[in-house]
Design a protein around this ligand. Structure first.
Ligand code: PMV
Length: 354
């Protein structure tokens, strides 16, 4: 019969890199020029929820993002769908009388519905959580018997940073050595229970100008920035091992120093690109100054900052007490206001919006 539908839902949080990925050595396979390390946020905020469905009545693969149909014809979606389909295995639901063989999976069509629980307009990266969630949900539906690291190598082909969202806690994306990308995958460094004093506050800085997409930004940096070459070869490898040590020992001073330095070097690479790319704005710079002054005033660093391909500040406080002080200061300097500097703050386990 043709009147059945099988569905699977999954929820995946986004991740924030503390040692950044910037630059590809292969644009199709999405292979990076250096390793990177990230923290996956708690589930609940900055999450993507994706439901995937299969039915003999579906006539083509279709996808809806936040309720609006989007095209699946792009290479990144096609690569993920192909890789997952090739690993599908047979499923049988005797109660429903459904049996799907490996061969059937190649012919059946999929419907995919994905929602972000945060405003896309806020300029917060959504592709990381999005592709991780898509690949994970499809793997569940199609009974793919691969572990998270193997799935991460598929999510990577949707969006590089997505490979790190297959795990919670602290995650490393190993760039790999193979030309086919088979060993360019994510591994978990420590799970979500490790170092749970840390509190993350995201200051959503309103951006009026259109940003350069990470894909074209990376391409321009790889083509024109000598600093990127130096960073990838000489700087990041050392930082990766220092960051792994800092995370293992819950050494906040080293963690903060490395995180801030790496964010600043990433933005320096952007400035070293021709034509230069400006992701941070005056508000971002003011936030950096406030945190730097505070850290220098104290005996030991209290807050780390990091910025991705946009002006939003991701602030990591060493504990709840510091996070409270940080929020007080932020609200004093940047009261949330859609017309001025900061739109809203997204905090730990709850968000304060406008
Ligand atoms: O995976 P993409 O193409 O969204 O690139 C992400 C790049 C940064 O967010 C700037 C850094 C990172 O490692 O996540």
């Amino acid at each position: 019969s043709h009147n059945w539908v099988l569905m699977v839902s999954a929820q995946t949080p986004t991740n924030i890199a503390v040692i950044k990925y910037w630059g590809k050595s292969d644009e199709t396979l999405i292979l990076p020029v250096n390793d990177s390390i990230s923290v996956t946020l708690d589930p609940g905020h900055l999450c993507t929820t994706t439901t995937v469905a299969v039915s003999p009545s579906f006539e083509q693969d279709r996808m809806w993002l936040n309720g609006k149909e989007i095209s699946l014809s792009g290479g990144r979606y096609q690569n993920c769908l192909r890789e997952i389909r090739s690993r599908a295995s047979e499923i049988e639901d005797k109660k429903k009388g459904i049996r799907i063989t490996k061969k059937d999976w190649g012919k059946l069509h999929l419907h995919i519905a994905s929602y972000n629980n945060f405003p896309t307009a806020a300029g917060l990266a959504s592709s990381a959580a999005g592709f991780a969630c898509l690949v994970f949900a499809l793997a569940k539906l199609m009974n793919v018997k691969e572990d998270e690291s193997q799935l991460s190598a598929i999510a990577r082909q949707g969006s590089g940073s997505a490979c790190r969202s297959l795990f919670g806690g602290f995650v490393k994306w190993i760039m790999g050595k193979e030309e086919n990308g088979s060993d360019s995958l994510a591994v978990q460094l420590a799970d979500e229970k490790h170092w749970d004093d840390l509190v993350i506050i995201i200051a959503v800085v309103s951006s009026r100008q259109k940003e350069t997409s990470s894909t074209s930004g990376m391409r321009e940096s790889v083509d024109t920035s000598l600093l990127l070459q130096h960073r990838a070869k000489e700087v990041v490898p050392k930082r990766i091992s220092q960051m792994e040590e800092a995370i293992k020992n819950q050494d906040f001073p080293s963690f903060a120093q490395l995180t801030c330095a790496d964010s600043n070097q990433f933005h320096a690479v952007c400035l070293d690109t021709s034509p230069p790319i400006f992701y941070m704005n005056d508000t971002s710079h003011r936030i950096i100054s406030i945190v730097e002054k505070w850290n220098r005033f104290e005996e030991t660093p209290q807050v780390a900052y990091t910025f991705d391909a946009g002006p939003n500040a991701v602030l990591i406080a060493r504990n709840r007490k510091t996070a409270t002080l940080l929020l007080q200061r932020l609200l004093y300097y940047f009261p949330p206001n859609p017309d001025t500097d900061v739109d809203s703050y997204i905090i730990g386990d709850k968000s304060i919006l406008k």
